[in-house]
Design a protein around this ligand. Sequence first.
Ligand SMILES: [Zn+2]
Length: 271
Amino acid sequence: MPKEIGAQNAPIEPADNCDQVPILVYHRVHPDDDAPPVVAGKHCGHVLLSNFVRQMNYLHDHSFSVITHQELYGWLQDEVNLPPKPVLIDFDDNRGAAYDYAVPILAEYGWRATCFVITALADGKLPEMEHDGSPWYTAMNWQQLEQLHEAGWIIGAHTRTHPNLRELAEAGCHERIEMELHGCREDIERELGFTPFCFTYPEGEWNEAVEAVVAQLFATARHWYKGYPFRYVTRRSNPLRLPAHNISERLSFADFVAFVKQTTSGDAMNG
Ligand SMILES: [Zn+2]
């Protein structure tokens, strides 16, 4: 397991006030004047650039420490301490709108995030996920992902084509599950030259049969929640069941603050 801890996000001094670690999950960041509508009753997969900037500024101004999944895993293994007020920033689905608008802002702060990759999207082989070819939904290619990796980001696995793995398991499609998980890991190894250690479930959908395969291939696996209550990673969290909260235009700034500021309190549900 890789144990390197990156310099940019490195803890200045250990702290014991990190009982609860929030994981923020983003998908796409769009300029305010070029964003898709938020449709009532439908999933929202984006934040406006102005709101993303406001959220990142809040983390910076309130001295949060952006850590990676590598550091989180080291903490869960009792191998490293975390800095004060730790928080993780994840981008699922390797979307171009995250690369174009979020990456430069994180670079300004010297923060590293994690990108969970749908490898067929990076290959340019998944046109049905492009939403009628809208430029809003372009994907990061392998060259862009390599740039992120070289900048210290963690590149994680998110299957080859983003199916609902729980439904596949319930339908008995075990070969397809093997292909999605092994294939995704192999694609990243082939294109980027390393073995990803972290995984996240498409749509947060999983069951124990899928998890058994995931456990053979990855050290950590992240879940995904859209609703309340907020859930946090704790010392006692199972590394294969890391809770995380989706951040979108549906979440108010007040709720964003409520989610991250509870890193040191004990009144939210633990994951
Ligand atoms: Zn996804």
